[in-house]
Design a binder for this molecule. Structure first.
Ligand code: A3P
Length: 294
């Protein structure tokens, strides 16, 4: 049921406690139950606002943890290796999964499992400069989700910060929420742009954080498999199976679109950029993250 359900449901969302979720793939009750999700000390959570590079870190974590992925002896989908806790579409009994477990979530900090605050489980939180994040969100929403279909791209973009919320809520609230509570968690912050500039360093940072001491050859192999070019053509990494019916070209992956820093410059007009800076200017001052814009 899982893939068909995803394809059918994308585009329909419901609002619960300030956040939109994909209808048919979860329920308000399931979201509420996550507060009491039983976290293990060995768990690793990847937490992102959508379109910040989630599938990228999933790929890296999967390659770090699963030899059978790295040496291509196992053909297991990423969402099975590193499931979304809020979208347990295959109704897996999470309690029965062996440790160490890897998880993904787009939840804001106030909906996350309470146990995470015990600080033993590890969290990797990825941010991306909001202009590129929003442009990536817009194209994704346009091709897969129907949420923004009838809007022009710029008003859809602004929805993420001050208008109609999209999946994940408001970008600013998500990033600020997790960042301002960072001392409550065992959390590593990564920036998408740092990964684009130096993928090997990012892989080493992740290995170090999760306590994996890999030899140079293995690290090189992980980096190679996590490049944009290789992920885009790798069906295990690019989620080509998600939302296929919504696409004009069947095999095209909407998760890996351009994979660059500064695409906003190709899309936004000077006036739009000024408007964006005005809206974000005040808000960004509160965030102690130095964003990389190009
Ligand atoms: P673009 O739409 O700007 O290309 P998410 O996984 O959170 O949905 O994020 C998707 C974004 O991450 C897309 O951005 C995608 O191209 C980018 N991405 C995924 N894998 C990448 C990689 N290996 N290198 C660079 N960018 C990557």
């Amino acid at each position: 049921m899982a893939e068909e359900a995803v394809t059918r449901s994308l585009g329909k969302v419901f609002l619960h406690r300030g956040i939109y979720f994909v209808e048919g793939l979860t329920t308000p009750e399931e979201i509420d139950s996550l507060e009491n999700f039983s976290v293990r000390d060995t768990d690793v959570f990847l937490i992102t606002f959508p379109k910040s590079g989630t599938v990228w870190i999933q790929q890296i974590l999967s390659l770090i943890y699963h030899k059978g992925h790295l040496n291509k002896t196992e053909n297991i989908k990423t969402e099975v290796r590193i499931p979304w806790i809020e979208y347990n579409i295959k109704k897996v009994d999470f309690e029965r999964l062996p440790s160490p477990r890897l998880w993904t979530t787009h939840l804001p900090h106030y909906l996350a499992p309470k146990d995470l605050k015990k600080k033993k489980a590890k969290i990797i939180y990825v941010t991306r400069n909001p202009k590129d994040n929003m442009i990536s969100s817009y194209y994704f929403a346009k091709t897969i989700l129907s949420v923004t279909k009838n809007k022009d791209w710029f008003s859809s973009l602004l929805d993420l910060v001050s208008g109609e919320k999209l999946l994940g809520g408001f970008w600013f609230d998500h990033v600020k929420g997790w960042h301002s509570h960072k001392d409550d968690y065992n959390i590593l912050f990564l920036q998408y742009e740092d990964m684009v500039k130096d993928l090997r360093s990012a892989v080493l940072k992740i290995c170090n954080f999760v306590g994996k001491d890999l030899d140079d050859q293995t690290v090189d192999a992980i980096v190679e498999r996590a490049t944009f070019k290789n992920m885009k053509s790798d069906p295990l990494a690019n989620y080509a199976h998600i939302g296929q019916q919504h696409r004009k070209t069947q095999k095209k992956s909407n998760f890996l679109r351009k994979g660059t820093i500064g695409d906003w410059k190709n899309v936004m007009t000077v006036a739009q950029n000024e408007k964006f800076d005005k809206i974000f200017g005040e808000k960004l001052k509160d965030l102690p993250i130095k964003f990389i814009w190009d």
